[in-house]
Design a protein around this ligand. Structure first.
Ligand SMILES: Cc1ncc(COP(=O)(O)O)c(C=O)c1O
Length: 389
């Protein structure tokens, strides 16, 4: 597609080839394990890795290639790989790029299973894992040493939404020869452009906004040409493939990404501002609000915010009060993940999953995801449940 198109247009047109598929708007689903070689020459190319299509279903079929090309184009990445889940994308990338003795500098506010992967798998094979305080750029850049092989950013942070200065971190990391990887799931490829800001690898849980309907698991690894061979090697060696039906669902989900995310941005902002004024609420952690850590950086580097944020109450709730609050909600359902069409809310507990920064909030916290319901209905739901406490 032409580079002059706006992202909304790319979301609709990239990674589809109607003329090659009998005119069908959406690409067909390729269910395949065995893929036949027409000639011995093709077989030889498959053996030496020069065949320009999949040689075996596990390596990804035409279904993968089309969605990968759409997601690479949308985020401005040279290369893309689809994986079985977001966490799988993270695990493959870190395993591919790190070896025993390397220093991994990781944001303290990463999605907790990312932390567990670093602490329980990477440390075991001799990677030196250090978590950085995501609130101050200088502390982060000062922690990058000659031994640092990789800086892993999640911005805004999971649960607590600290926005980090990615261009500054990338500059400091590259000066020491380190690779920069970001989990860009919150911003989607629409609201933050990692490759224009110095990032080498951008990861998404496509389970969230890209799928958009809470019915698939998938990860995305967007990467530079340089790092692609190493990541592709690990991707192949681990043998974990994503299923063709999930790819089909993600293809469908992608086409409405802009509409969904913009509607959720509007709802989340309105509800965040409303919660901020609520007498029971102490703070709202939303990057687009001026008092959120890193708000100025968000304003400079991001073109939007999405539907996920947190709020902290003025008081700590007992277990019974917490149950009364969450069970009084009728529209905000309790459940992990986010990025679908339905609103969600879960209690926020970060004490046990932070080491560089102590999490000691003044009251109980909750993470909220605004779906596509009517904003007034969502406010009424929250208002009714907050009245119970
Ligand atoms: C920020 C972030 N990254 C990655 C993941 C992992 O994605 P998946 O659930 O697709 O493995 C999640 C899941 O909640 C997440 O919130």
């Amino acid at each position: 597609m032409s580079k002059t198109h706006h992202p909304e247009t790319t979301v609709v047109h990239a990674g589809r080839e109607p003329s090659k598929n009998g005119g069908a708007v959406n690409p067909p689903v390729y269910h395949a394990s065995t893929i036949i070689f027409d000639t011995y020459a093709e077989f030889v190319q498959a053996e030496n890795g020069t065949l320009d299509r999949a040689a075996y279903g596990r390596h990804g079929t035409q279904s993968n290639r089309l969605l990968e090309s759409a997601l690479a184009e949308l985020e401005g990445a040279p290369k893309c790989l689809l994986t079985a889940s977001g966490l799988n994308a993270i695990a493959i990338t870190l395993t591919a790029l790190l070896k025993p003795g390397d220093h991994l500098l990781m944001a303290d506010c990463v999605y907790s299973p990312t932390r567990f992967f670093a602490e329980q798998e990477l440390k075991r094979i001799g990677v030196n894992v250090e978590f950085y305080d995501p609130r101050t750029t200088k502390t982060i850049t000062d922690s990058i040493t000659d031994k640092t092989k990789l800086v892993y950013i999640e911005s805004p942070g999971s649960l607590t939404f600290e926005v980090q200065d990615i261009p500054a971190i990338a500059k400091a990391a590259h000066a020491k020869g380190a690779i920069v990887v970001i989990d860009n799931t919150w911003a989607t490829p629409l609201f933050f452009k990692p490759f224009e800001n110095g990032v080498d690898v951008s990861i998404h849980s496509a389970t969230k906004y890209i799928g958009g309907h809470s019915d698939l698991m998938m990860g995305v690894i967007n990467t530079t040409e340089k790092l692609y061979p190493a990541i592709k090697r690990s991707y192949k060696n681990f043998g974990i493939a994503c299923g063709p039906d999930d790819i089909y669902l993600a293809q469908r989900g992608l086409r409405t990404l802009t509409l969904r995310v913009k509607a959720q941005e509007k709802s989340a902002l309105e509800i965040a501002r409303w919660l901020k004024k609520h007498p029971a609420v102490s703070r709202v952690l939303h990057p687009a609000l001026p008092d959120c850590p890193g708000h100025e950086i968000w304003q400079r580097d991001y073109t939007g915010s999405t539907g996920l944020f947190s709020f902290i109450l003025k008081k700590h709730l007992s277990e019974k009060q917490t149950a009364a609050f969450v069970e009084a909600l009728k529209l905000f359902k309790m459940g992990y993940s986010w990025g679908g069409y339905e609103s969600l809310l879960i209690p926020l507990e970060a004490k046990k999953i932070r080491s560089a920064v102590k999490w000691q909030p003044e009251g109980s916290g909750f993470r909220i995801f605004c779906g596509l319901e009517n904003i007034e209905d969502l406010k009424t739901d929250l208002e009714t449940a907050l009245a119970k406490i």
